[in-house]
Design a protein. Structure first.
Length: 181
């Protein structure tokens, strides 16, 4: 991490033996921000300084434009070096979290990839026909229904059965929902 601090706002304050830095108002780390400096002794005071921060690192972008519904492979990605703090929130930095994910919208070549533009490959989409499984002691009953919500495996969703009844269940895979009895 590289930091540049403008101390002009606190240069005229009394000397501090143990200054404490804090981010005001619970803000997150940004490339340009105001950071609080608190002194408790020998004389208590609080001041603010302007900080320019940079974290150099690797992020991944599509090597070519990806259409919605594309399963991302390693060949679809290019690694770029840059200031990670200048990227939009939600950009996925780990390529292992990108490989195998399905794009939910078109992603232009060279654009950082946000988590909100991806879905799990085993997820269910709203309106999708799904298989409902109800398991009991010694039996499995199955039927079909329409997913009322989207979700990834392990997520609870609502499903409209063929008879029109709404049931809740847990997504098991790309087209199966387990309903508890």
């Amino acid at each position: 991490m590289h930091l540049t601090v403008d101390t002009s706002r606190i240069d005229n304050l009394p000397e501090c033996k143990e200054p404490q830095a804090f981010l005001p108002g619970g803000q997150r780390l940004h490339s340009q921000m105001s950071v609080g400096i608190r002194c408790l002794a020998p004389q208590a005071w609080t001041g603010y300084v302007q900080v320019n921060a940079a974290i150099k690192g690797t992020y991944y972008v599509p090597a070519h434009t990806l259409k919605a519904g594309t399963a991302i492979s390693r060949a679809d990605l290019n690694a770029l070096e840059g200031d990670l703090l200048r990227l939009s929130p939600g950009v996925v930095l780990d390529p292992d979290l990108l490989i195998g994910r399905i794009t939910t919208q078109r992603i232009r070549s060279g654009s950082p990839i946000k988590a909100t533009t991806l879905r799990h490959p085993e997820s269910i989409q709203r309106g999708q026909l799904v298989r409902l499984e109800a398991r009991g002691a010694g039996f499995v009953a199955t039927s079909e229904g329409e997913a009322m919500q989207a979700g990834a495996p392990g997520t609870q969703i609502r499903v409209r059965t063929e008879s029109g009844r709404i049931v809740s269940g847990t997504i098991l895979g790309a087209n199966t929902v387990a309903v508890t009895m």
